[in-house]
Design a protein around this ligand. Structure first.
Ligand SMILES: [Zn+2]
Length: 381
């Protein structure tokens, strides 16, 4: 494919403002693009205007299935006046393409898809198949990858590249899970001169924190993963009370736990529930859990075959590391099979979600070549 067309494709999909919505427009764009090269695809609707896309390119003989995945959504642009270049204009200045999603991760998505197309265009001989899994809603809820896994689209994966921004310097083979949740304490308001008529939701929350902290600490101390470290919990936001002379009737605590496989999501949720049970025994009001997101950790071998194929294509010194952040790999990791994982894509993680997000055009184009060479090597037998 010509260089200008590769750049145009990235500009076109950045111009679609798929902020936690409208992924169907991106999916349809990719569907039309793939159709130009006679590659069939299927849109999988999650909600109106929100469709994931799956496309398969078959090799000449049986072999492994290599999944290639990117999310179609982006995070909000924030205050557009703060941007030097408008977030959905995809302007190119000094070799940099600016826009929301330029790094996270429409450049990775476009590069994965174009490399797939070039396998066909160049008649590259390979075994097995390349399966595109473009997902909705990764940034909030990871709905698309969950749906694709639940509906069996990921069952046959032997390897999976997720094109999230890692930079060319490193490949991620494992990451922690993440649990985002709220604790809601409900009491009853009363005038603070007569507190005995109320139920103090704030005091209930203090009780919860005091009871739960040692339980989370025990889980943290129970296991340490050599690369991922420990399961940790951080209480991050607290809101409650109405005014200075009223007993607070409602307090909400938000928290985020980061999870390793050896002290896993189920154990952590059990610790929350035990804490709540204990608190609820001794209070008049109630304290409850509202689960927002529950994504497991994912792990493959540090130097798995896919990592090695990428190293052959991109440089033998590339480190393979773990990270704390979560991706769609959390959901894909739930399939009943071990697979080779490589989270590897253009752009730098630090440039995600910020004002004036950009990707270097050369970096983007380079990744297309690296992906194509990696597909070819991984699927050579
Ligand atoms: Zn992302």
């Amino acid at each position: 494919m010509e260089k200008n067309k590769k750049i145009q494709i990235l500009q076109d999909i950045i111009k679609i403002d798929s902020v936690n919505d409208k992924e169907t427009e991106v999916a349809e764009y990719l569907q039309n693009l793939l159709a130009e090269y006679a590659i069939d695809s299927e849109l999988i609707e999650y909600a109106p205007n929100r469709s994931s896309i799956v496309a398969v390119l078959e090799g000449s003989r049986p072999g492994k299935t290599l999944g290639i995945s990117g999310h179609l959504d982006v995070v909000a642009a924030g205050d557009e006046d703060e941007w030097t270049y408008p977030p959905f204009a995809a302007e190119i200045v000094d070799g940099k393409l600016y826009g929301r999603g330029a790094t996270d991760m429409k450049s990775g998505l476009a590069a994965l898809v174009i490399a797939m197309i070039e396998m066909k265009e160049n008649n590259v001989d390979f075994a097995g198949k390349i399966k595109l899994l473009g997902t909705v809603g990764e940034e909030v809820g990871m709905y698309g990858s969950k749906q694709l896994v639940d509906e069996g689209y990921a069952d046959d994966l032997d390897g999976l590249i997720i094109g999230e921004p890692s930079s060319i310097k490193q490949i991620i083979y494992a990451h922690k899970g993440s649990i985002q949740y709220e604790i809601i304490s409900t009491g009853r308001s009363a005038h603070s001169s007569m507190p005995e008529l109320g139920i103090d939701a704030l005091q209930q929350m203090v009780d919860y924190i005091n009871i739960s902290n040692p339980k989370y600490q025990a889980l943290e101390d129970s296991a340490e993963h050599p690369a991922l470290g420990r399961t940790i919990n951080v209480n991050t936001v607290i809101n409650g009370g109405d005014q200075i002379n009223s007993v607070p009737a409602k307090v909400v605590l938000k928290a985020n736990a980061r999870i390793i496989p050896q002290a896993d999501n189920d154990q952590f949720v059990a610790a929350i529930n035990e804490s709540l049970e204990e608190v609820n025994k001794s209070i008049e009001g109630k304290v409850e859990l509202n689960m927002l997101q529950n994504n497991p950790p994912v792990e493959s071998a540090q130097n798995n075959d896919l990592v090695e194929s990428i190293r052959k294509a991109a440089g033998k010194d590339i480190k393979s590391i773990s990270m704390a952040g979560a991706t769609d790999a959390s959901n894909f990791g739930r399939i009943d099979k071990d697979f080779d994982l490589a989270i590897f894509g253009p752009g730098e993680l630090e440039r995600s979600h910020i004002v004036d997000e950009y990707v270097e055009i050369d970096d983007y184009l380079n990744f297309i070549d690296i992906y194509r060479a990696s597909y070819t090597d991984y699927l050579s037998h």
